[in-house]
Design a protein around this ligand. Structure first.
Ligand code: ADP
Ligand code: MG
Length: 258
C-alpha cells in the first residue's frame, strides 16, 4: 500500500482520512481483558478528550495508537496507514505522533535545549543549528525561552511538562497525544500547561487528550469520549456528555469528578 506523501497536510484525497481510526480494538494482558472492542477516531484538526475512571483502559488505548502496546485484535489506522500491518514503517508513523505523558521523561543530565535538539538531530537528521533554531522557537512558544540552558531539575513540574510539549512539537508532529499531562503537577502549575495545550488546539493541532481536567475538556474539546471497563460508553459534544450524560456509568463518574 502506498503512503500519502505528507500525511495530514497533503491536499486533495487525504483530507478526509481521519488522523486516528481505531476499529474493534481488543487488548488483553494475560487473562485481563483491558480493551473490549473499541471503535474510536480523531479527525484531522479535532481535539478529542478521553475521560473515565482509573483502570478503564485510557492509557492502553492511547498507547496502542503508536504501538507502544501491541493490539491483541482489531485495527489501528494513523492517517490511513494500518500500523498493525507488519509491512508498515513504524518509525515513520511514529515521527508523525507527538506524545506527552504524565511523567515528563526529560533527560535529567541534558540541558533543556539539548533535550529538544537530540531527537531532531537523530530522527529528523537536522543539523545542530537548524535543530537549535526550531528548539528555541518552540521553547518561546511554551513561554520558556529563557530556560534553554537550565537542567530539568532546576525547573518546576509545570515548566518541565511545557519543555516536554516543546520537545514533541520540535519533531513537527501531525498530531499530539497527551496522557494525563497535568496529573502529576501541583494544582497551581496546572493552568500554564493547559494554556499551552489550548493554544495548540487553537492553531488547529490534532489532539487526543486523556485527562481528568473537565474544564479543559468542556472548553477545548471538540468531542468527549467516556470510557469505562474497556469500552466506550458514551461520546459526543462536551456539553452533551458532561452536561447531560445519558448513561448511568457516565453520571456516576461525573458525580465524582465534577
Ligand atoms: P487507565 O489509563 O484508564 O487508568 P490503563 O490503560 O492504564 O487504564 O489500564 C487498564 C488496565 O490494564 C488496568 O487493569 C491495568 O492494570 C492493566 N494494564 C495496563 N498496562 C498493563 C501492562 N503493561 N501489563 C499488564 N496489565 C496492564
Ligand atoms: Mg492512564
Amino acid at each position: 500500500m502506498s503512503h500519502p506523501a505528507s500525511g495530514a497536510t497533503a491536499p486533495g484525497s487525504t483530507a478526509a482520512v481521519p488522523a486516528i481510526e481505531v476499529r474493534a480494538l481488543c487488548k488483553t494482558f494475560g487473562s485481563n481483558e483491558v480493551l473490549k472492542g473499541i471503535d474510536f477516531h480523531v479527525d484531522q484538526g479535532e481535539v478529542v478528550c478521553v475521560i473515565g475512571p482509573s483502570g478503564s483502559g485510557k492509557s492502553t488505548l492511547l498507547r496502542c495508537v503508536n504501538r507502544l502496546e501491541e493490539p491483541t485484535t482489531g485495527t489501528v489506522m494513523v492517517e490511513g496507514i494500518d500500523i498493525t500491518d507488519s509491512e508498515t514503517d513504524l518509525d515513520d508513523v511514529r515521527t508523525r505522533i507527538g506524545m506527552v505523558f504524565q511523567q515528563f521523561n526529560l533527560f535529567p543530565h541534558l540541558t533543556v535545549l539539548k533535550n529538544l535538539t537530540l531527537a531532531q538531530q537523530r530522527a529528523k537528521r537536522r543539523s545542530r543549528s537548524e535543530a537549535t533554531e526550531i528548539a528555541r522557537r518552540n521553547l518561546a512558544k511554551v513561554g520558556l525561552a529563557e530556560k534553554a540552558d537550565a537542567f530539568p531539575a532546576q525547573l518546576s513540574g509545570g515548566q518541565q511538562q511545557r519543555v516536554a510539549i516543546a520537545r514533541a512539537l520540535s519533531m513537527d508532529p501531525d498530531m499530539m497525544l497527551f496522557d494525563e499531562p497535568t496529573s502529576a503537577l501541583d494544582p497551581e502549575l496546572v493552568g500554564d500547561v493547559l494554556e499551552v495545550m489550548k493554544e495548540l488546539a487553537k492553531e488547529g493541532m490534532t489532539m487526543m487528550v486523556v485527562t481528568h481536567e473537565m474544564g479543559f475538556a468542556r472548553e477545548v474539546g471538540d468531542r468527549v469520549v467516556f470510557m469505562d471497563g474497556g469500552v466506550v460508553v458514551e461520546q459526543g459534544k462536551p456539553e452533551d456528555v458532561l452536561g447531560n450524560p445519558q448513561h448511568e456509568r457516565t453520571k456516576l463518574f461525573l458525580s465524582k469528578v465534577l
